[in-house]
Design a protein around this ligand. Structure first.
Ligand code: GLU
Length: 386
C-alpha cells in the first residue's frame, strides 16, 4: 500500500493548521484545539517529532476586539495579530500542558530566512526545541511583516519550515477534506483525489477554484506549497482538520485526504533555500545547449550559454534562468553582476579575462549554487518567486 510505503520512515512532521479550522463564530474554537492537541500528543507518544505551524492570530484578535467582517487595513491586521497571537499561545500552552508538553513560540518573516546565517540559526533553535521535547509553534510575525517581507500565507510558511527542519512529511490541515477534482462547494459531482503523483496544470487549475473566506490561503496556495515541499523530496498531505484523530489516521497509513508524492529528482536543503527563499534580482535567458547542460546534466551555467541579461544584480545576488520561451528553469547565485554579465554573455570562459580585464570565475553560476526547478522531463515543478 502506497501510503504505508511513503510514510513508513517518517519521523519529523510539520503540521500546519489554518484559521478556518481553528476559529468559529465566537473566535478560537477551544474544542477543536483540544482535539488537535491530543492528536499531536498521541503522535509524540508514538515517537514522532512534530513542528506545529498555526494560523489564527489575526482572526482570534479580531474576535477579541469585537470586530465583525473583514479587517480592512494593514495596521488593523497587525494590531489584531498582536492581540490574537498571545491568546493563541496561551490556549496552546494550556492544551499541551494537559499532556505534559511544553510549547515554544517562533514568529518568522521571510527576511529572517533569506539571510542564510539567520536561516541556520532558526534551524539550530528548532532542533534544540525538538531535542528538549518541546513542541515548536510557528506563525508568521504578522505584527511586523509588510508585503515585501511576507511569506504571503501560512501554507508557504509551512513549506519553508519543512526545509528549515528537514521534515519527512508535511500535513496541511484544512477546512476541506482534501483536494477535489472539481470545486466541492459548487459541484455535487466533485470527487476527492486521494493521490497526486505529479502536480500537473489540471491539478493547479482545480485548486484555483476552491477557497475559504477565513485565512489567506485557499486550495491554490496549498497546492503551490505542495509543489515546493515535494520538490524537496518530502511527501505532502492535505487533510480535514476537524476530523478527530486525523493525524493518527494519516500516520496509520489510512486513506484520509490527499497525498502528494515527493519528486524523484529532488533538491537538497541549500538548493531548496536558493529556489524558494530568495527573491530573484534578475533574469538570464539561456540557449538550448545550456538548458540541457543545466537541467539534464546538472552542470554549471557558463557565460557562453547566456543570450540575454535583465535586471540590476550584483555578484552574489540570486537570479532566475529562463529558456528561450521565457520558462523559468532554475534559480542560482550569480558570480558576476549585471554589467559584467552583459560583457561576457555568449563568450567562452577563456575569453572572460579579455572582456573584463580580470576573471574571478569560469562559470556565470556554479552548479553548487544553481537550483533546477523544472523536472528533467522538463515538466514545470516549482513556481518561482520574482
Ligand atoms: N498568520 C496569519 C494568522 O495567524 C494567518 C495567515 C494564513 O492563514 O495563511 O492569523
Amino acid at each position: 500500500m502506497i501510503r504505508k510505503e511513503q510514510l513508513g520512515n517518517v519521523k519529523k512532521i510539520v503540521v500546519k493548521v489554518g484559521s478556518a479550522v481553528l476559529t468559529g463564530e465566537s473566535g478560537i474554537d477551544l474544542d477543536i484545539i483540544e482535539q488537535l492537541v491530543s492528536d499531536i500528543a498521541a503522535l509524540r507518544v508514538r515517537g514522532f517529532q512534530v513542528v506545529f505551524v498555526s494560523s489564527g492570530a489575526i482572526s482570534s484578535g479580531k474576535h477579541r476586539m469585537g470586530i465583525e467582517g473583514k479587517l480592512k487595513t494593514l495596521p488593523q491586521k497587525q494590531a489584531a495579530a498582536a492581540v490574537g497571537q498571545g491568546r493563541l499561545m496561551r490556549v496552546y500552552s494550556n492544551a499541551f500542558g494537559k499532556h505534559g508538553l511544553y510549547v515554544g513560540q517562533i514568529l518568522l518573516t521571510m527576511s529572517d530566512i533569506t539571510d542564510r546565517k539567520r536561516f541556520l540559526n532558526i534551524r539550530n533553535t528548532l532542533m534544540q526545541l525538538l531535542d528538549w521535547g518541546v513542541v515548536p509553534v510557528i506563525n508568521e510575525n504578522d505584527t511586523v511583516a509588510v508585503e515585501e517581507i511576507k511569506f504571503g500565507d501560512n501554507d508557504n510558511l509551512a513549506a519553508m519550515v519543512a526545509n528549515i527542519v528537514e521534515a519527512h512529511l508535511v500535513i496541511n490541515l484544512t477546512s476541506e477534506n482534501g483536494l477535489y477534482d472539481e470545486n466541492p462547494n459548487s459541484s455535487k459531482k466533485a470527487k476527492l483525489i486521494p493521490l497526486v503523483t505529479e502536480i500537473t496544470e489540471d491539478i493547479e487549475n482545480v485548486a484555483a477554484e476552491g477557497g475559504t473566506d477565513v485565512g489567506t490561503g485557499g486550495m491554490k496556495s496549498k497546492v503551490l506549497a505542495a509543489k515546493k515541499v515535494i520538490a524537496f523530496g518530502t511527501p505532502y498531505v492535505i487533510a480535514p482538520g476537524r476530523r478527530p484523530k486525523v493525524l493518527q489516521e494519516i500516520m496509520d497509513g489510512r486513506e484520509v485526504g490527499t497525498l502528494f508524492l515527493p519528486s524523484a529528482d529532488h533538491l537538497n536543503s541549500r538548493k531548496y533555500w536558493i529556489a524558494f527563499s530568495l527573491r530573484s534580482r534578475g533574469r538570464l535567458t539561456v540557449d538550448d545547449g545550456a538548458k540541457t547542460a543545466i537541467v539534464q546534466d546538472g552542470k554549471s551555467l557558463l557565460p557562453s550559454g547566456i543570450t540575454h541579461v535583465e535586471g540590476d544584480f550584483a555578484t552574489g545576488d540570486p537570479v532566475s534562468c529562463v529558456d528561450c520561451n521565457g520558462v523559468v528553469i532554475a534559480k542560482g547565485i550569480a558570480n558576476y553582476g549585471t554589467q559584467e554579465m552583459l560583457k561576457i554573455m555568449g563568450l567562452k570562459s577563456s575569453q572572460i579575462e579579455q572582456a573584463l580585464g580580470y576573471k574571478d570565475y569560469d562559470e556565470a553560476i556554479h552548479r553548487d549554487n544553481l537550483a533546477v526547478t523544472v523536472q528533467q522531463n522538463s515538466r514545470a515543478r516549482g513556481e518561482m518567486q520574482g
